[in-house]
Design a protein around this ligand. Structure first.
Ligand code: LUB
Length: 218
C-alpha cells in the first residue's frame, strides 16, 4: 500500500449497524458515533505513543477515552484494528503535510526543506504522528498489516530532488533517488534519537542540520 498518498483518504464510513431501523435522530446518533470513534482513536494514539503496542489493552484505551470497552469494540474489532486505524491516520496526516507543501509552490529544494521541517514539528507536537511512527517500529509485534512505511515519503522527496536536479540546482553527480533515501533515513534516525535522548525537544535543530549537510543550499 502507498504510505503517503498526497490525496486525502476517503472519509471513514461508520460500521454497518445491520438491521437497525432508521429513526428521525439517526443524524444525531451518527454525529455522536463519529465523535466517540474520534475520542477512541485519540486515546489509542496516546496509549500507543506512550506505552507501545504490546503493553496497551483495549481496556486501557476505553479508560483513556472515557467510554466503555463495548463502545471501543463497536468501532474497532480488536487492538490490532486500533493500531491499523492509528497508522492510517498517521499517513493521512503526513499526506496533508505533503499536500500543503505542494500547494505552497516553493522552489523544489525549499519544498524538501519545508516538508522535513513540518514533519519534524508534527513528530514533536502531534500524538497521532508519534503513535504511528512508534507502531511502525513495532510492526513485527502487531498481528495485522500496517501500511508500508517510508516509501511514499521517499517518493515525494525524490520528486522534488529530481526537479531541482533537472533545473541545475544540484550537482550533476547527485542521484536524486539515492539522496532522497539518505534524507529519509537520516530523518528517521534523527527523530528516533531526539525522542530517546531529548523527548523530541531538539528535533527541529536535528532535522535542520540534516538539511544543511545533505542539501546545503536548500
Ligand atoms: C516517516 C515513518 C517515520 C518518514 O513511514 C514513514 O513514512 C515514516 C515511519 O516510522 O517517519 C519521514 C521521513
Amino acid at each position: 500500500m502507498d504510505s503517503m498518498a498526497v490525496e486525502p483518504s476517503a472519509p471513514r464510513s461508520l460500521p454497518d449497524r445491520g438491521t437497525a431501523p432508521r429513526h428521525r435522530d439517526t443524524g444525531l446518533k451518527q454525529q455522536r458515533a463519529v465523535r466517540t470513534r474520534g475520542q477512541v482513536l485519540d486515546a489509542a494514539a496516546e496509549a500507543f505513543a506512550t506505552r507501545g503496542f504490546p503493553t496497551v489493552t483495549v481496556q486501557d484505551v476505553a479508560e483513556l477515552a472515557g467510554v466503555t470497552k463495548g463502545a471501543v469494540y463497536f468501532h474497532f474489532a480488536n487492538k490490532e484494528a486500533l493500531a491499523q486505524a492509528v497508522a492510517e491516520e498517521f499517513y493521512h496526516l503526513l499526506g496533508i503535510i505533503g499536500q500543503e507543501v505542494k500547494e505552497a509552490d516553493l522552489a523544489p529544494l525549499e519544498a524538501v526543506a519545508e516538508l522535513l521541517m513540518r514533519t519534524a514539528a508534527a513528530f514533536r507536537d502531534d500524538t497521532m504522528v508519534q503513535a504511528g511512527a512508534r507502531l511502525q517500529i513495532e510492526r513485527s509485534l502487531i498481528g495485522a498489516e500496517l501500511p508500508m512505511p517510508y516509501l511514499g515519503y521517499t517518493r515525494a522527496v525524490t520528486g522534488w530532488l529530481r526537479q531541482a536536479h533537472e533545473a541545475g540546482q544540484l550537482p550533476a553527480s547527485v542521484d536524486p533517488e539515492a539522496t532522497a533515501r539518505v534524507l529519509v533515513s537520516a530523518f528517521f534516525g534523527a527523530q528516533h534519537m531526539s525522542w530517546v535522548l531529548n523527548d523530541r525537544a531538539d528535533i527541529a535543530e536535528r532535522v535542520a542540520e540534516i538539511l544543511t549537510a545533505v542539501v546545503p543550499k536548500a
